[in-house]
Design a protein around this ligand. Structure first.
Ligand code: IPM
Ligand code: MN
Length: 357
């Protein structure tokens, strides 16, 4: 594998540019430490660009972005613009267009004081959620009839395909195997109410038969929300549909400390993939240099792991873990109590410590 990586960067809106700025400092530093090359191409897409040019993500830019080794995204969304326009035009466009069918969201608590749950520590919170990323209500098959009248009908189809469900379930069984932890895969669905999810039930059983070493568990989404607060240690690897995964991982992020630390990878194994914090653009904090960049730095960690720079990824994880354990970052809320630059500086300082295993 080449050790010269071309990264497309879309800082986006609100706090996106600030947190990406710090994450790129960290990326440059670990590249030097591990001796690999990295070239970044920054793209302007987002609210400002849209307001200036009416362009969301042109085809030519989509093609160009796709030719990189990976994509790093900050955040998209701006209150001045119609709800969902940029989110669908940029984030969903990339997820669907690049067929990034896995949304990988690790949930790992690094220090007990960061967990809002009583008597839960790092040994209780260490699981990974695999969120299906190309189907469900997100496919955007929707419409309005008699819009604006008292007889209005609004629809949005929840769609699942055998192919889509099977590939994400298979990925999750493989992941449960490589994690080699509890060797357990929990599927979260709502098959008792959304009967279309019977497709998930059947596929889980059929694919699961090929993985006799992996225990299969099943929770309905409502119960899973209760269990993850009550007994987060019950989870190891989790697979779920797009919308449930979206919701469940915000809840999970709070259990690992807050939105300031939760990162994700939008992945199609073997192809160009996109890495981003799971938080949004937080417009009220945008441009103030107060947003916590750790989630985006953790997204860089996931990206490096994906493109074959596992040691650089480990360096970043060790730096984040050590910094958080030291209690020098007061909180993992979007606004951590320190400036964005200060947190970036602290991570960079940790990177200079001798490598820990
Ligand atoms: C996420 C975000 C997006 C989603 C929004 C911005 C469309 O909340 O990545 O979790 O719902 O997938
Ligand atoms: Mn979300």
């Amino acid at each position: 594998m080449s050790r010269n990586h071309n990264i497309a960067v879309i800082p986006g809106d609100g706090i996106g540019p600030e947190v990406v700025r710090e994450a790129l400092r960290v990326l440059a530093r670990v590249a030097t430490q591990e001796g690999f090359g990295v070239q970044t191409t920054v793209y302007p897409f987002g609210a400002e660009h849209y307001l200036k040019t009416k362009e969301i993500l042109p085809e030519s830019a989509f093609d160009e972005v796709s030719k990189h080794d990976a994509i790093l995204l900050g955040a998209i969304g701006d209150p001045r613009i119609e709800v969902g326009l940029l989110e669908f035009g940029i984030i969903a466009r990339l997820r669907f267009g690049l067929d990034l069918y896995v949304n990988l969201r690790p949930v790992k608590l690094y220090a007990e004081h960061l967990c809002p749950l009583k008597d839960k520590g790092p040994e209780h919170v260490d699981f990974v959620v695999v969120r299906e990323n190309t189907e469900d209500a997100y496919a955007g098959m929707r419409g309005f009839f008699k819009k604006g009248t008292p007889d209005e009908i609004a629809t949005q189809e929840i769609i699942f395909t055998r192919k889509g469900v099977e590939r994400v379930i298979r990925y999750s069984f493989e992941l449960a195997r490589t994690r080699n932890k509890a060797k357990k895969l929990t599927m979260i669905d709502k098959a008792n109410a959304v009967r279309a999810m019977d497709l998930w039930t059947r596929t889980f059983a059929e694919v699961g038969a090929e993985y006799p070493d992996i225990a299969r568990e099943h929770n309905y989404i409502d119960a899973a929300c209760m269990y993850v607060v009550k007994n987060p240690e019950w989870f190891d690897t989790v697979v779920t549909s797009n919308m449930f995964g979206d919701i469940f991982t915000d809840l999970s992020a709070m259990i690992q400390g807050g939105m300031g630390v939760a990162a994700s990878g939008n992945i199609h194994p073997g192809r160009v993939s996109l890495f981003e914090p799971i938080h949004g653009s937080a417009p009220k904090y945008g441009g103030k240099n107060v947003a916590n960049p750790i989630a985006t730095i953790a997204a860089v960690q996931m990206m490096l792991d994906y493109i074959g720079e596992a040691r650089a990824a480990q360096r970043i994880e060790a730096a984040i873990a050590s910094l958080l354990r030291s209690k020098r970052v007061p909180s993992l809320a979007t606004d951590s109590g320190l400036s964005t630059t200060q947190v970036g500086d602290l991570v960079l300082a940790e990177l200079e410590q001798p490598v820990r295993v």
